[in-house]
Design a protein. Structure first.
Length: 104
């Protein structure tokens, strides 16, 4: 998968029982990302820091839920989690890169 995909989601489906966010992309690929994985990989400055040495290791999020998600312009998704965290902006490219099953 290229680092700069231009894929756009056509549908985003949260599955609360399985705690999976399913994203259907414009090329037909479907990403299935667990809520825990999304929370742990949150790209915000509080979680990742401003430099690599400032990154935090996020743990204990096995049971985290997504309480809301909102589009940010036409390039990203803001996720709100039930632990109160809601500052991460997940770009489409970042979400696609998080899906290790998505190949070039």
């Amino acid at each position: 998968m290229s680092q700069n995909s231009s894929h756009q989601p056509v549908e985003i489906r949260p599955h609360t029982k399985s705690k999976i966010l399913e994203i259907e992309w414009d090329d037909g690929h479907i990403s299935k990302l667990t809520y825990e994985y999304l929370r742990v990989e949150c790209p915000c400055a509080d979680c990742k820091g401003h430099t690599p040495d400032q990154a935090k290791t996020i743990t204990g999020k096995e049971n985290v839920d997504i309480t809301d998600f909102q589009p940010v312009g036409n390039y990203a998704l803001q996720l709100s989690f039930d632990d109160g965290h809601n500052t991460g902006i997940f770009t489409w490219d970042y979400l696609r890169r998080l899906d290790t099953s998505a190949e070039a």
